[in-house]
Write a new protein. Structure first.
Length: 73
């Protein structure tokens, strides 16, 4: 190989190394974002569960009031 071909190869390898470092950084950032999304999802599921409990309690309260008031004139 000639010197010019080695220079081109060296440049390509250098570019690949730069790209690899960029991808590694991007991967790290994405992992952090995924962890945040998982935590948010967990919080959302907890909130949904609490809302379901409250709605169920309200429905039961309404059913109870309606059942108690059904015999009233």
């Amino acid at each position: 190989m000639e010197i010019e071909e080695f220079k081109k190869l060296e440049e390509k390898v250098g570019n690949m190394v730069k790209r690899m470092h960029m991808l590694k950084d991007e991967n790290g950032k994405m992992k952090v974002e995924i962890d945040k999304l998982k935590k948010n999802s967990s919080v959302n599921e907890t909130e949904k569960s609490e809302i379901r409990k409250r709605v169920t309690a309200l429905i039961q309260m309404i059913d109870s009031i309606e059942a108690g008031g059904a015999g009233s004139p």
